[in-house]
Every structure is written in C-alpha cells, then in structure tokens.
Ligand binder design. Sequence first.
Ligand SMILES: NC(=O)c1ccc[n+]([C@@H]2O[C@H](COP(=O)([O-])OP(=O)(O)OC[C@H]3O[C@@H](n4cnc5c(N)ncnc54)[C@H](OP(=O)(O)O)[C@@H]3O)[C@@H](O)[C@H]2O)c1
Length: 397
Amino acid sequence: MARVLVIGAGGVGTVVVHKMAGLPGVFSDIMLASRTKSKCDAIARKVGGDRIKTAKVDADNVPQLVALIRTFKPDLVVNVALPYQDLTIMDACLETETSYLDTANYEPRDEAKFEYKWQWAYQERFREAGITAILGCGFDPGVTSVFTAYAAKHHFDEIHYLDIVDCNAGDHGKAFATNFNPEINIREVTQKGKYFENGKWVETEPHEIHKPLNYPEIGPKESYLIYHEELESLVKNFPTLKRARFWMTFGQEYLTHLRVIQNIGMAGIEPVMYEGHEIVPIQFLKAVLPNPGDLGENYKGWTSIGCRIRGVREGKEKTYYVYNNCSHEAAYAETGTQAVSYTTGVPAMIGAMMYLKGLWKKPGVFNVEEFDPDPFMEALNQHGLPWHEIHNADLEL
Ligand SMILES: NC(=O)c1ccc[n+]([C@@H]2O[C@H](COP(=O)([O-])OP(=O)(O)OC[C@H]3O[C@@H](n4cnc5c(N)ncnc54)[C@H](OP(=O)(O)O)[C@@H]3O)[C@@H](O)[C@H]2O)c1
C-alpha cells in the first residue's frame, strides 16, 4: 500500500496512471499533477472509480513542487513531464526526502544535448538523504537497459557487441506526426549520430549510417543509426562492451518532412521575434502538429524494440536477441493511447512497483540496469509487454 505522485498528464502519464489504478494493492493512493489541471481531470475521469486525485503544478518551480509533495506525502514521485523538468523535480525530492523515477534524462532547453552528467551529479546528495532515484525507466531507455542486464546475467560471461533496435511499423494515417512530445522527439532525431567503439565515441552526420534490418512478424525496415541516451550508461555499467549502437526505423515520408522542417528553420530552438513576441520555432511547430496523445484511434500495426547482443559464454561466441512487439490497436483498446506511450508508461509503472515492493530500493542515483533485472522481466510479461528470445540467430549487424 503506497502513495505515488505522477507528474505530467501527456500520453505517457495517461498509461502510467491507467496501469497503476489497476493495482490497488501496490498503488493505494495515486495523484496526477501537471501544468494543465483539466488534462489531469480528463484522464482521471477516463480511468474512473475515483482512483486518481489531480492537482496543478508547474514542475519548473521547486517551491510549488515541494508544497505539493508536502501536502500529498507520496512514497515516490514519477516524473513523466518533459526532460527539462528532471532537475527541478529531483531538487524537490531532495528537499522533501522523497524517492524519484523518470523515463528520460535531463536536457537543457537551450541546447539539444542530453547527457546523464547533470543527474549523476545528484548521487551523493541522494545517498546521504537515504532516497532512491531510478533514471530512464521507459522502454528505451528502460526495458532495453533491463534486457541488456538480463542477457549479461543469464546468457553471457561477457557481452561484447550491443545493438538496440527500435522499429515502429505502425501507420497513424497522418502526413507527419511524432509519436511522443514533438519538441523532444525532433531534437532527438535531428542531432548527429554517435556510437561507442573500442573505448571511444564515434560521431556521424545525422542519419548517415543506415541499413535494412528484419524485425520479427514485421519484416525488413530501413534502420538508421542515431545516438540514444541509454548507450552512455550501458557502456559505463557493462565495461566488456566493445561496441554499442542504437538503430531506429524511419519511413521516407517522415524523413522528407523532417528535412523540410529543418531546412526552413522550424526545428530551431533559438527564440525569434514574431509580431512583437518572442517565439521558439520548434515550440510553435509543436502547437500545429497532431497531438501524439490523439494518434491512437487510427493507429494500426506494431512496434518492435529489442537488443541484439553478441558475446561469449563458456569460451564460445554466441548471439542473443530479446525483444517485445506491441500492437498500437491493443494499446489503444486498453488505455486510449498508442503503443509508443504504452511501451513507455508500462515500464514506468513497473519500475515504480519495483521500488515500492523494496526490490529496487537503495540510496543513491541509479540507471535501471544497475538493479536486478529478473523481477522486472517477470512483471513485463504480466503487465502487457511480453518479451521473446532468439538464440544464436544471424543478428544482421
Ligand atoms: N524512455 C522512453 O522510452 C520514452 C519514450 C517516449 C517518451 N519518453 C519521455 O516521456 C515523457 C513524456 O512524454 P509524452 O509523450 O507523454 O509527452 P507529452 O504528451 O508532451 O506530455 C508531457 C506532459 O508534461 C506536462 N508538462 C510539461 N511541462 C510541464 C511543467 N513545467 N510543469 C508541469 N507539467 C508539465 C505537459 O503539460 P501540458 O499538457 O499542460 O503542456 C504534458 O501534459 C517525456 O520526458 C519523454 O521524453 C520516454
């Protein structure tokens, strides 16, 4: 029986509170707080049963967060607002000695650069306060990191090559839309590519390296090497890795739109003057693009995200592929959101459950691969994200 405060009433927040509400034995009191309270109220009504309390909070404002935490007294704060809010929410957690979980690492607003250094810098203060911070507990980062830890624990003596493969083979019927917050998504996919090899980071031009990869039940999809945040913590926590890369599928239509958006300056993060007001182009773009939370209704097809790993076991080289396929239609039928929100929200709920059951609880700041993967893997199967394994197949990479 525990109290949990969820911050951020977007697509991911919708799934998190839906799933928590179905487990009253674990999450007895749930509060959803966000910048726009009406969005929290609409989600609470959909979940029903008076399970979700709601509140308004500006998560950029530490005193407001502290006041809310002091009033509601949660055992854990789950941050599914935006990466910009990570540090203010962590500050409020420190001040109130409350544990913390998120799904995306901190990014400064004025620089499209995500790194763990800002959040890892809280390590000593969280340890001294006796509270836990669980970082990156969505699907990628999150499940992909747990998949890697599970592979290292059960299937290899040493893992050497890791390729995280993220395929969205769904069709939402729109000319262009992003599957989660457009501002964060476009900042992520338009930056330079980067991967780790032989102890060094190698940078590429955006989308420079690509190849078709076969995804189970889906088939071949052109996959592009991009930088993704879990690579930074995985190479630190699994020092036997000789190479670690991340691949994501994009359709030609999506890439063409993206190129136009960039070429005409609409992906810009520097403010420009428009009719006497300062506006940030990418934030204006977000206002005119489809809301990712509304894509679910007509979304068809599957996501397929997994880890393709090569390493050694008892002196012999072996390969291992662990993945989950998630249906957009099934995610929508269950929670009213598409699979990208679903595959992020379910692991965030499971991470919260791991903490509240005392299975992932230790003072300090941790990435998810630093905890025991076994109970989390079991919970994925029970709560809507079943996973599959393929041993010793051709990884194509
Ligand atoms: N690890 C993964 O696999 C993964 C995958 C996808 C997404 N994510 C992360 O999940 C998070 C949520 O994504 P999403 O798609 O749900 O985004 P979203 O639909 O844009 O929702 C974000 C919510 O946060 C609220 N918010 C923003 N700034 C706030 C502030 N200052 N104070 C209070 N609330 C604030 C927004 O409120 P308003 O509606 O009032 O603006 C919105 O309701 C993001 O951090 C994203 O990077 C992780």
